[in-house]
Write a protein that binds this ligand. Structure first.
Ligand code: COA
Length: 448
């Protein structure tokens, strides 16, 4: 190979400003490929597309990762062409959405490990009865992958009967049939809801859900039907916290004006994160996961906190890592940055993984309480509603007519009742309230 590496750019998907997400990179750098092999699979709101190799060659460097957002002319990867042919720098994506995934498998060898650039031997055909693979790449076209994602099926569990064990639609259908038959014997099916013809009652409009909405709908449903949720409500008296928050914000505003530095404004959220960390430290049960068979509790010694963020395309939950090691300003800054990235559609999957506990704050909008849905494998989630004000007898006052305004923050903790009992939940929620009621402790900077 004597050529300089070439760039593979994403060609137009029909609309030049259309954005899509990289959902699969089938080949690792160093892997040889043949012209027409699929190098990148992307998915937009409208379709799943395969980007084929414009020539024989091997990947030099991937320039995107799974989860990256791409559009026309985005640099996908650099490759070394193995012939001096006139390869074009872009290739034509193959649209597979409306077609069954019956395209013949590529004649190229399967992906070899990233560290083995030498061409791999041609693959032998696999017998139809081969069991599901336990490791290695999964070969399947977009239609199969899309259906698997919609049904929540892990393709590594499915045996492929195509060339190189490529999973065909029929394989997936067979897997679903077999699994349903097994499952039907083991558990009763959920009753279906009725679906009347809505147009008989007036004009209707069909609006497809966004990808994010579809994914979160599936996850929320799975959580709701698999985990027995119980919700514990409480209120924290946060007058002192609100006073401290106002003082800090005022002082920051003054110092910012002098020093032209930009500090994130404190909302109640960073105080809540700190209070949750304090309660999670005291009650490891709430930073645990329960194995799917319900037999083992996995205690987690990390304090990564998920923050539910409302975006135009749906609910996203980015993670603030090591919240126990951050001060209030760092937490406020990171929460604001992650929320902005979420709204701009720029969060990577890694930024949404690993949380041990989640906070869903709707308090800026209103409400007095709600039932948040647990984000498995977590076992609890805290919902936050709008601060309420009420008159209460003034402290240390002997006069019956002396009152003060109390500020109360409504908290709603949903927990997995398989693992957590009501008494644990009351103690944990009280611990969060007590931490919020001692705001000076929350303001201590763990970074020194
Ligand atoms: N009560 C009263 N006011 C509140 C409040 C509460 N519980 N929480 C926040 N506020 C105030 C803030 O202080 C801020 O006002 P200020 O600037 O005068 O101080 C204002 O509301 C806006 O706050 P916001 O910008 O939303 O910041 P935040 O730090 O409170 O929250 C997010 C950030 C990302 C969590 C939030 O914007 C968000 O997206 N929440 C949605 C969560 C969700 O969708 N959950 C799903 C449930 S199914």
């Amino acid at each position: 190979m004597t050529d300089q590496p070439r760039n593979l750019l994403l060609p137009s998907m029909g609309e030049d400003d259309m954005q899509a997400e990289v959902i699969e990179l089938p080949l690792a750098p160093g892997t040889p490929f043949a012209k027409g092999d699929v190098l990148v699979i992307i998915e937009s709101d409208k379709a799943t597309l395969e980007v084929p190799a414009p020539d024989d060659g091997s990947i030099v460097a991937l320039k995107v990762q799974v989860g990256s957002t791409v559009q026309k002319d985005s640099l996908l990867l650099e490759y070394q062409a193995s012939t001096a042919s006139q390869a074009t720098p872009t290739s034509t994506p193959q649209r597979n959405d409306s077609q069954p995934d019956s395209a013949p498998a590529s004649t190229s060898p399967p992906a070899s490990p990233a560290s083995t650039p030498a061409p791999a031997p041609a693959a032998a055909p696999h017998p139809a009865s081969q069991p599901a693979r336990t490791s290695g790449p999964v070969y399947a076209g977009p239609a199969v992958r899309r259906l698997a994602r919609q049904l929540g099926i892990d393709l590594t569990q499915v045996s492929g009967t195509g060339n190189r064990s490529r999973i065909q639609l029929e394989d997936l259908h067979l897997w679903v049939r077999t699994t349903l038959q097994k499952g039907a014997a083991a558990a009763p099916a959920l009753p279906a809801t009725e679906w009347p013809d809505l147009s008989q009652y007036g004009a209707i409009k069909e609006i497809p859900l966004s990808r994010i909405q579809k994914v979160s709908a599936r996850r929320l449903h799975a959580s709701w039907v698999n985990i027995p949720h119980v919700c514990q409500h409480d209120q924290a008296e946060i007058s002192a916290m609100e006073q401290l928050r106002a003082q800090i914000n005022k002082a920051n505003q003054a110092s910012q004006a002098k020093q032209h530095e930009q500090k994130a404004r404190l909302t109640p959220l960073p105080f809540l994160i700190k209070a949750c960390v304090a309660a999670l430290t005291e009650f490891p049960l709430f930073r645990s996961a329960l194995t799917p068979d319900g037999t083992t509790r996995i205690e987690r010694d990390s304090y990564h906190i998920g923050i539910a963020v409302d975006t135009e395309k749906g609910l996203l939950v980015p993670t603030i890592r090591d919240a126990d090691q951050r001060n209030l300003h760092e937490l406020a800054t990171e929460a604001a940055q992650l929320a902005q990235q979420a709204r701009d559609g720029k969060l990577s999957p890694a930024q949404m993984a690993g949380a041990v506990f989640t906070i869903s704050s709707l308090g800026h909008l209103g409400g007095t309480g709600f039932t948040p849905i647990i984000n498995p494998p977590q076992v609890a989630i805290l919902g936050v509603s709008k601060i309420q004000e009420r008159l209460a007898p003034a402290k240390n006052s002997t006069s019956e007519t002396s009152f003060r305004v109390e500020r109360l923050l409504p908290l709603s903790l949903s927990y997995d009742h398989r693992l957590i009992n009501g008494v644990d939940a009351v103690r944990f929620t009280r611990a969060i309230c007590q931490a919020l009621e001692q705001p000076e402790t929350l303001a201590i900077d763990p970074t020194g």
